[in-house]
Design a binder for this molecule. Sequence first.
Ligand code: C2E
Ligand code: CA
Ligand code: CA
Ligand code: CA
Length: 279
Amino acid sequence: AAKQTGEPVRRWTPALDERAGEFVRLGAEIRTALDLGQFRVVYQPIVELPAGRVAAVEALVRWEHPVRGLVSPAAFIPVAERNGLIVELGEWILRTACHRLAAWRSDLGPAAPDRISVNVSARQLARPHFAATVAAALADSGLPASCLAVEVTETAVFEGGQAVVALHELRALGVRIALDDFGTGHSSLGLLQTVPVDILKVDKSFVDNVTEAGRPTVIADALYQVSAGLGLVAVAEGVETAEQAEALHRLGYRYLQGYHFGRPVAEPDFTPATVVVLA
Ligand code: C2E
Ligand code: CA
Ligand code: CA
Ligand code: CA
């Protein structure tokens, strides 16, 4: 028999089979979780320098599973995207978020954040009537369109098509468009020529080492310059230390988000008050 060389051929193993089973099981549980109301929306502040005012919040979904405990969106969002339940889940998140900011606006007046940012998956954006769904959520909550931003990833829009049509429709409504995880996709800068965008969310990977001279800092600097040159708002994501905040501030960044300022929290724990920002 010929001697085997190179990588072993991947076979359909019980382990892979189990993963497929797990996928189906998790998918079915998402359906149940929607019916039982096991999802929550939490809110993370986006602060404005230098004062540290909470200028905006990002809405992030959580699943309080009765057995598994808190399930990370990184585990269930991809499943919901593949089995299509993201459409229903996403609309629920959108409506919850719009109502939340509308309530803060009536409770807090000018102390309320200016805007709420909601993550939207490729699958939602590609649906023919996505902008109408957003318009309905705004109308139901009474939230002005200018108080809403949708966060989309580069991969959701780089193929153009209906997703980009939807972004133009959202823009026409007055909704802001944020490009999430900016700088990590295949054609980050190219997209800025073709896709309507208001906000660049500069990925955490560029923030992590921004206190040292080196590539991430050069890139964080360049991305800020691009955003400023195009008249866009840059938000730096994943800021964990005062030193990172200082370094980003020196590069020109005015909007920062990360554990240094506040973790995502449920509504009763959220305080829109100014936070201490710089060291
Ligand atoms: P994302 O949109 O890039 O969200 C930022 C993630 O980074 C959140 O994780 C947030 O909790 C986390 N984060 C914020 N600040 C820091 C920091 O300083 N350090 C570190 N290490 N992490 C930080 P989360 O909530 O687990 O969400 C993970 C991803 O799941 C999100 O990444 C987004 O892609 C997706 N996701 C979350 N909520 C939703 C949603 O409502 N709809 C959709 N379609 N996707 C969502
Ligand atoms: Ca996001
Ligand atoms: Ca992000
Ligand atoms: Ca991300």
